[in-house]
Design a protein around this ligand. Structure first.
Ligand SMILES: Nc1ncnc2c1ncn2[C@@H]1O[C@H](COP(=O)(O)OP(=O)(O)OP(=O)(O)O)[C@@H](O)[C@H]1O
Length: 215
């Protein structure tokens, strides 16, 4: 895939032909120096941005020619995000935050959504705090809610951008273990960007990037 960003003289060839295949049940780390294009790639994989050349195929469905509506639907159904910028909605409870993607997908009844959200919050150890607002949870707890939310629609792919970036060592390890264990149990592909060498080493595959290409 290729991606250019910026306009006119400031136009930059950010991704210069990256190719990436992810399989269910596997955890991938994308690593590399600041500015090499990791986040840009994750945005493309998450269908949050469009590449200039190349395609993204999710469960056999090629996405480059798809309409925005089809891409939004595919994103909702197939992709879970644990991004630092995808913060919880602070004015809503943990439960509401986890139910949000299910509401968007619209396949379950309200009681079904609530039961599933409670189950997911149980899996991340926050069943007792389901009714707390985002602002009443610690950073690590918020990140656990974000993981429960990412898993809500049983996506095939989980994308995580520095999922442990703002957490201490203990919470980082817990979040990483949780993310990988749940993904393995559910047969999901996890693709994470990290600057943390210990986290990268614990992944199944490490893909180092330099200057818009995989090394
Ligand atoms: N809108 C833009 N216009 C021009 N260049 C951009 C734009 N957005 C990003 N870039 C450039 O694209 C390159 C890749 O950015 P990206 O955020 O993908 O890097 P990264 O590897 O995720 O970095 P970090 O580890 O610091 O998050 C950087 O050199 C950045 O300056």
């Amino acid at each position: 895939m290729h991606r250019y960003l910026g306009q006119g003289e400031g136009r930059v060839h950010v991704l210069k032909g990256v190719s990436f295949e992810a399989r269910r049940g596997q955890v991938y780390a994308i690593v590399g120096p600041s500015g090499c294009g990791k986040s840009t790639l994750l945005y493309l994989l998450g269908l949050l941005d469009r590449q200039d050349a190349g395609d993204i195929v999710i469960n056999g469905q090629a996405m480059s020619q798809s309409s925005d509506a089809a891409r939004t639907a595919a994103r909702c159904e197939h992709i879970g995000f644990v991004f630092q910028f995808h913060f919880l909605m602070p004015e809503f409870s943990a439960l509401d935050n986890v139910m949000m993607p299910m509401r968007k997908l619209g396949r379950l009844t309200a009681p079904e959504m609530e039961a599933r959200a409670l189950e997911l919050l149980g899996e991340v150890g926050l069943r007792q705090k389901a009714h707390r607002l985002g602002t009443q949870l610690s950073g690590g707890e918020q990140q656990r809610v974000a993981i429960a939310r990412a898993l809500a629609n049983q996506p095939s792919i989980i994308l995580a951008d520095e999922p442990t970036g703002n957490l201490d060592v203990k919470n980082s390890a817990m979040i990483f273990d949780l993310l990988t264990r749940l993904a393995k149990d559910n047969g999901q592909a996890v693709i994470l960007v990290t600057h943390n060498p210990e986290i990268a080493d614990a992944c199944d595959t490490v893909r180092p990037m330099r200057d818009g290409l995989f090394v």
